[in-house]
Every structure is written in C-alpha cells, then in structure tokens.
Design a binder for this molecule. Structure first.
Ligand code: ADP
Length: 484
C-alpha cells in the first residue's frame, strides 16, 4: 500500500515532500488539537486496502527473512540516521497533530530513533542455543526464526516512539510489517515510513494503512491467516478484544495496555527529589502516558511538606500550544479526553477531596486543562481507581508501608510503579512486593531502549526494548539431529 501525505503540512517540510497518489475513496481529517486547524485529509482505507497491505507483506516476508542479519542491520541503521537528520521536521509534525510541547516532541523523535539504532545492533545478535543431548548418537540445538508477518496498531500519545518500538525489533528479527497508526496522529508515522523508503527497505517490507477507525482494520489483521502476530499498544479494552479475535488462530500477541501507576513517597524519602520525580511521572505528556503516576501515596509524616512543595511546582507549569516557547503542558488529545478528566475531578470533589490548584479547563473551545492537585483522596473516588490520562494529581495519605503496598497492588493493572525511599531494606522489600512489570526507585522516569518495557496482569503481554524486545518477534525451533 502506497501512502499518501498531507500536502499542506508536508509542503512546509519540502525535503520530506512526497509525490501524492490519487485517492478517490473516503477520507478523514487530521486536526491540530491546540487550534482545531485542519492539518491533512487522508484516505480512510478499508479492509480491502488492509488485505492488499498484508498480501504485500506476505510477498516480501521470505526474502526479508532470508537477508543476512548484517544487511537488515544496515538498513535499520540508515533509517535511524535519516530519522535523526529529520528530527526537527518530525518533531513539528508530531506537535502539530498531537499537541505536545515541541521540545518533548523532539525528545520523543530521538527516543524513537534510539530504538531503531538499538535494534539495528540487536539484529546481529539473534543467538541460538546448543545443549547436551541425553544420548551420544544425537545432537540438540535451538535456532531462532522470525514469526512472520506482523500486524501493528499504535496509539496517539507517543505516535513516533510507539511506531519505532514495534517496527524496529520486528524488522530486525526478519518480519515484514503492516502498521495502522492512531487516526488522531497518522502523520508522523507516515513521515517515518517515507524515511524508511528512502533508507531503502525492500518493497513490501513496511506497509502503512491509514484508517479513521481501528475496528475494521483490526479485525482484518486478526482474522487474516497471513498475519502471524499482532503487536498492539492502546487501551486494555481494545487489547482484550484483539486477543479474543486472535484466539481462533492462536495468533501470537504482544500487548501494551493501560496502567494505574502508584507513586509512593515513604517517610524516609528525599522529599525534594520525590517532588521532582512526581512532576516528571505525572505531567510528562500532560499525563497522557500509560506509565503516568495515577495515584500519589504519601506517608503521613511527609505528606504536608510534600503536598506544599508539589503544588508550588505544579503552579509553575505552563499550559498552551506546543509550538509556543516555554510551554510544558499541551492540550488534551480531544474532547472525550477532557470530559473524562472533568468527570474525575467533579467526582473527587463531590466525595470530599480538596482542590489545591487547577481543576478546570482553560478557555471554552480548546482542550487545555489546568494542571491539578487534589488532596484528601480515598479509594472510592474514580481518580484513584481509573486511569485518568490527564494532568490531575490525586494525593492519598497513608500510614503503614504494608498497607500502601497492598493498596498499590489492588488493581487489575500491573504496568509501572514508582516509589521514593532511602532505607535499603525497605527499597528491596517494596521493589519485590510491587506487582508491576516496571518499578522506578527514586526516579520518575525509566523508559529506555536498553530496558524491557511492559506490564503484567491486565497491562499486557510481552516486552519492548532491550534484547528481550526482539524475542517477541522470534520463534524458537528445536532441531534434533540423530544417527550421529
Ligand atoms: P486510546 O484510548 O488511547 O485511543 P485505543 O485502544 O482506543 O486507545 O486506541 C489505540 C489504537 O487502537 C488506535 O490506533 C485505534 O485506532 C486502535 N483501535 C481502536 N479500536 C480498535 C479496535 N476495535 N480494533 C483494532 N484497533 C482499534
């Protein structure tokens, strides 16, 4: 499937300009969430186009898998270099369609590039295994082979790094891919594909399907037997649905789903460091990340000091258009997002929470929400139980360490958790007791291409990043050689 690009947006970025192919089918609009401005009109592809994309991937699969690892590595490296070279352009596309501050967008693009670089390197390190056979007349070993065609579906909150984090290990492993990016943020994905084309990946190895709605394309990817694996990042609800749809063919899945991250400040913590960490973990991407601190627990002895310093720092955050200088919090992605945030705040206040700052929208038309701190939070409030996905920090006072760990674990989710403490014994006990795939200890930020990102419980299956991320796209094959 050839991709089309947004003429107006890409005209501004002339070295990324791409020849348009005619499209006569239905279309959908991509809007700037800060201004409501129309950025692009893209083809709304149907299951027919998805099927064609899968066919193209299937035709490229065998050749791609048979390429020497060194060649796949070199192509990924070239793609990485092009992403870095075009980082400013990619960042402005990202800010235009998603809203995050330009500096954060640039950071995300470089973070995306770091995954491509990492898997360019890992592509050469797909090691097998030999092991001693129980009898002398045989030899036993394991080789690793690509799973085959991978269908990937990505969300809008990290539209560049999610694409890189899925596609680069798949390509490194020798899988051809079909991507359906989020309908709110398809442009940076399109631009990255354009750069992949320039890097010289063979025809059919990367395929892009734009669509206004995920469901029909998702159904095709899950039900088409040529697709051997689905890799999805998004809501737990859609993850459940995709896993169900994959069950008929026992199709492999990698799922990065929702979270409900606890952020715990113990009484032996460095409170200033904890405040800085909480700002990072809560307000990065305006709180729209699956690892955002969703519940901030603070032990009684340090509660008031923490809350006071935290509120002071939150008041310093600047909300606005991601292109404006000094802005640290962009808009929410759309009106549904801001309605959910408002509902969570209203529910908390109705049940007795105290509003320490923020609490409302800015302006009447856009989707800007004031960074908000609430204290006096209890577990009967929606803010403490559901993923808010916005700049709302609910603070819960706690007394005992055992109790807080039990409360932190009392959720269907298990993605990220954070805690601040200095006592070494406590650090180990709490780190081991938290039922999460990732635990940040005295840090509010832990995402890295070198580390395995992923969740347990209903937060997902599989890991992205690190050498483990490659395993998600490899099958092991046991070879037994007899008569020796
Ligand atoms: P969010 O709440 O972050 O938008 P979603 O899970 O709804 O999370 O969306 C993440 C991605 O999943 C997007 O690319 C979206 O188009 C896609 N999607 C949404 N619904 C479905 C579905 N029923 N089947 C497949 N993909 C879907």
């Amino acid at each position: 499937t050839k991709h089309l690009h947004a003429p107006d947006l890409f005209a501004r970025l002339d070295h990324l300009a791409c020849p348009l192919e005619p499209w006569t089918g239905p279309t959908f609009d991509v809007l700037n969430p800060s201004t409501g401005e129309l950025l692009a009109t893209l083809p709304d592809m149907s299951t027919d186009e998805a099927r064609a994309a899968i066919d193209a991937a299937q035709s490229a699969q065998a050749l791609w898998a048979s390429k020497p690892a060194k060649d796949r590595s070199a192509l990924l490296r070239r793609w990485h270099d092009l992403i870095v070279e075009h980082a400013d352009d990619l960042a402005s596309i990202l800010t235009a369609e998603m809203g995050k501050p330009l500096a954060e967008a640039k950071g995300e693009v470089l973070h995306a590039a770091s995954y491509v670089e990492w898997y360019a390197e890992e592509a050469k390190r797909v090691y097998g295994e030999t092991f001693p056979a129980p009898a002398n007349d045989r030899r036993m070993l394991v080789i690793k082979q690509p799973v085959g065609v991978v269908g990937t579906i990505t969300p809008w909150n990290f539209p560049a790094s999610m694409v890189a984090r899925k596609i680069s290990p798949a390509l490194a492993a020798g899988c051809a891919i079909v991507l359906k990016p989020a309908e709110q943020t398809p442009l940076v994905a399109g631009a990255m594909f354009l750069l992949a084309e320039k890097a010289g990946f063979p025809e059919g190895v990367l395929n892009l399907v734009y669509a206004a709605e995920g469901a029909p394309i998702g159904r095709e990817l899950c039900s088409n037997p040529k697709v051997r694996k689905i890799s999805f990042t998004g809501s737990t609800e859609v993850g459940r649905l995709l896993m169900r749809q994959c069950s008929d063919q026992i199709k492999k899945v990698s799922l990065e789903l929702g979270g409900n991250a606890p952020f715990i400040v113990f009484d032996d913590a460095d409170v200033d460091a904890a405040v800085d960490g909480a700002i990072q973990a809560k307000f990065r991407n305006a709180g729209q990340t699956c690892v955002s601190a969703n519940r901030i627990y603070v032990q009684a002895a340090v509660h008031d000091a923490f809350a006071k310093k935290f509120v002071a720092q939150v008041r310093e955050l600047t909300v606005g258009d991601g292109f404006s200088a000094g802005v640290t919090i962009g808009p929410m992605i759309d009106s549904h997002a801001i309605e959910k945030i408002e509902a969570h705040v209203a529910d908390a206040l109705a049940k007795g929470a105290e509003l320490r700052c923020g609490g409302k929208r800015i302006g009447t038309t856009g989707t800007f929400f004031k960074p908000t701190v609430l204290t006096g939070i209890s577990h009967d409030m929606r803010v403490a139980e559901e993923e808010t996905f916005g700049p709302i920090a609910p603070i819960i006072r706690f007394d005992s360490a055992e109790q807080v760990v039990a409360e932190a674990n009392d959720t269907i989710y298990g993605l990220a958790a954070y805690f601040y403490a200095e006592n070494l014994k406590r650090v180990w006990h709490v780190a081991e007791a938290l039922e999460y795939g990732m635990v940040g200890i005295n840090t509010g930020r832990m995402s890295s291409e070198a580390a395995p990102f992923g969740g347990i419980k209903q937060s997902g299956i599989g890991r992205e990043g690190s050498r483990h991320g490659l395993e998600d796209y490899l099958e092991m094959k046991y070879l037994c050689m007899g008569n020796i």
